[in-house]
Ligand binder design. Structure first.
Ligand code: MSP
Length: 682
């Protein structure tokens, strides 16, 4: 069972409720959720905080335009944000709103403490102000005369205001970066911040008098506290710090969880989290967060998704159509932490079809399907492996392979080795926030399992009286692997994990991370066929549909297009090729063949590898029909072979000929002949 590994406090930025969130915002929250779930599953006492940053001039202006009070406006948007997180099954422990009393009173107390420390003074401020970012900039900080964060125009502004002595913390901040290199990652961001501090840190203007939608400066009715000071404080106010209620145990959460283990933030707000926030904490005499992690942006058509530019992708539309797990998987698998990535509808659909429908969905439906067909749904734990060894639970790092010791490369041993070894690899990648690599490892196991089915071909053994025990063993190995997969994917795709466990008959009983490293744990399975996990999509149709409901995600010019059925010629209704002479046709050597074996290509999702018998000769032929056919359904079929096509390698596998198929644009059907294999087709 799992051990108590201590506490883990993870936060997302608190989002501006200026309008509904887009898929770019969900990216950060989905990562934080996956990490929180992973840590909980592996034995940590997790606290996961998210929330909304509701004050500031921008919100006040938008609300005024809508003819609403700022509070009524944010209440409406925040309700939508909470609904979104509920739909996306985001497992936060607390959701903080900066308009809540518990937050406002503590922010005022923080202001007082920093003031009492002598780090806040009143003065006149003149600078370049960027309204959307709520930031003042100096001349040298501007980029081409514009805001260095968002690139928008800035205006000269002057205010009587309070200042925070940020400049006094420059040396301590530089020491922090030098002594604790892990404090800010990725490294490029750290270097940027060091450069920024060395350029000269100016004191920070931390109050505003030109609008009033904010937390009043204590004892000064004219000023409200700068929205970033207000917002950054959320990471501690949500834990009950500083104590303002006089209630026993008010700051218990703070004592239990602070300092944060990680603040997950977008790259443009790294500066606030790695310079201003630590300086505030230094002034307050409180410990610093252990890590600030800056992630990249999801881009559209070369630019950042932006509510104000109007080019955003609505996550709700995608979830309605493809389910929450598909979107979460896509966001975590497609992008590399720390780097920007392009969002396209096409990339999303391809991931759903290739990884979720073909690999994971197929593995479950094949296993449960065969269990129903060959075992009436009951899989026993093999007493003695049909390959000759007793089955005992097999754990990562154990010497025995649990298969035939005389054949260490037998598929059973290979599958078990991979199955029990995957959790450790996933852990290593999760520690680096490399969600994409963690998922890649899990999918290596899923693909290996599908290959195991092709290699062991239970449908052939099931027809033989002597094959019964082996079929049971194969299905047990598959069910055990799927049980392990259900634990491994649990942090990323909770619903799919639960569905797999349901179809395997694993009712009740929690999943524990440690159980993902043990093979042979269950005494048996009573499987129950359920709905398809991820139905296969018609990419062409979906792209057309998404172009209407999610136009911002349409592929950018030059991006690789998904294969689509050729359009019909208007005259004939057929996509015709140019005429050829009879002699050209006569060069073809077409033969009847019989498929004796068929497996998935190990390196290409779209390809199948056929063994085709033509009289005395058997050839290997690779064909791109994996989307239409499961390998086991191809064996025994009569096919037509182009037998004199020059051999060539397809993704590393030799193809000695070609099979003919009818293509209706949606699926490939075998072209067949009721004739002995080897016979000529003329
Ligand atoms: N309210 C501040 C954060 C205060 S934290 C103490 C804020 N809010 S925001 O709504 O503008 O942005 C919140 C987060 O969403 C940021 O980390 C930002 O990087 C992230 N994203 C906004 N658009 C994004 C993409 N297109 N892609 C990835 N993340 C994006 O800043």
């Amino acid at each position: 069972m799992t051990k108590d590994k201590g506490k883990y406090y993870i936060t997302t930025p608190i989002y501006y409720p200026s309008s509904n969130l887009h898929v770019g915002h969900t990216y950060c929250t989905v990562m934080a959720d996956a990490m929180a779930r992973f840590k909980r599953l592996s034995g940590y006492d997790v606290r996961f905080l998210t929330g909304v940053d509701e004050h500031g001039r921008k919100i006040q202006e938008i609300a005024e335009k809508e003819g609403m009070t700022p509070q009524a406006y944010v209440d409406r948007i925040v309700a939508g944000i909470k609904d979104l997180w509920a739909t996306m099954e985001i497992s936060f422990d607390d959701f903080i709103r900066t308009t809540e009393d518990r937050h406002k009173r503590r922010v005022q107390e923080i202001f007082k403490r920093i003031y009492d420390k002598g780090d806040i003074y009143k003065g006149d401020y003149e600078g370049w102000y960027c309204t959307p970012c709520e930031s003042f900039w100096t001349d040298i900080q501007l980029k081409d005369g514009k805001c260095p964060d968002c690139g928008r125009p800035v205006e000269k502004a002057s205010e009587r205001a309070y200042f925070f002595r940020l400049s006094a913390y420059a040396d301590r901040l530089l020491a922090l970066f030098a002594e604790t290199p892990g404090f800010l990652e990725p490294e490029t961001r750290r270097n940027e911040m060091i450069g920024f501090i060395k350029q000269g840190l100016e004191d920070l203007c931390i109050s505003r008098s030109s609008f009033n939608w904010g937390i009043p400066v204590p004892g000064d009715g004219e000023q409200v506290i700068y929205v970033w000071l207000d917002a950054l404080a959320n990471y501690v106010t949500a834990l009950g710090y500083p104590e303002v209620d006089g209630r026993a145990g008010e700051a218990d959460l703070y004592r239990q969880y602070w300092p944060a283990d990680v603040h997950l933030v977008g790259k443009e707000i790294v500066r606030f989290h790695s310079i201003i926030w630590p300086a505030m904490l230094m002034s307050m005499g409180e410990p610093l967060p252990k890590k600030v992690l800056g992630h990249g942006w999801l881009l559209l058509d070369g630019g950042k998704m932006s509510k104000s530019k109007g080019n955003v992708v609505d996550p709700v539309r995608l979830i309605e159509r493809y389910g929450v797990d598909a979107l979460k998987y896509f966001l975590l698998r497609e992008y590399t932490f720390g780097q920007d990535g392009l969002f396209t509808n096409e990339a999303l659909l391809n991931r759903i079809n290739a990884d979720l429908a073909n690999d994971l969905g197929n593995l479950l439906s094949r296993t449960v399907g065969m269990s129903g067909k060959f075992q009436s749904g009951k899989i026993g734990k093999p007493e003695t492996g049909a390959s000759g060894t007793a089955e005992t639970p097999y754990a990562a790092g154990q010497g025995s392979d649990g298969g035939d010791p005389a054949a260490p490369d037998c598929p059973d041993a290979d599958l078990k080795r991979l199955a029990v070894g995957t959790a450790a690899k996933v852990e290593t990648f999760m520690d680096e926030f490399a969600f994409n690599h963690a998922l890649e490892e899990i999918w290596t196991l899923i693909r290996r399992s599908n290959k195991y089915i092709d290699e062991t071909a239970p449908w052939i053994l099931a027809g033989e009286a002597s094959g019964k025990a082996r079929v049971n063993e194969i299905l047990y190995n598959l069910a055990e692997t799927l049980r392990i997969v259900s634990i491994l994917i649990r942090p990323f795709m909770h619903g799919s994990s639960a569905e797999i466990r349901k179809q395997l008959g694993l009712r009740g009983g929690e999943a524990f991370w440690d159980d993902a490293s043990v093979f042979g744990k269950e005494a048996g399975y009573v499987t129950e066929k359920g709905a398809s996990l991820f139905p296969r999509l018609d990419i062409g149709e979906e792209l057309d549909m998404l172009a209407k409901i999610n136009p911002a995600g349409d592929a950018v010019p030059g991006a690789e297009a998904a294969p689509r059925a050729p359009s019909d010629s208007p005259e004939t209704g057929l996509g015709r090729k140019p005429e050829i002479e009879y002699e050209t046709f006569d060069k073809l050597d077409l033969r009847v063949g019989e498929v004796t074996d068929c497996v998935k290509h190990p390196n290409a999702d779209a390809l199948l590898i056929f063994r085709v018998k033509m009289g005395k000769e058997t050839r290997q032929i690779v064909s791109g029909v994996a989307a239409s056919w499961a390998p086991e359904d191809c064996v025994g079929r009569k096919v037509i072979v182009v037998a004199n096509l020059k051999p060539r390698k397809l993704r590393g596998e030799l193809s000695e000929g070609m099979l003919l198929f009818a293509d209706n644009g949606d699926r490939y059907e075998f072209v067949t002949a009721d004739a002995p294999d080897g016979e000529k087709v003329t």
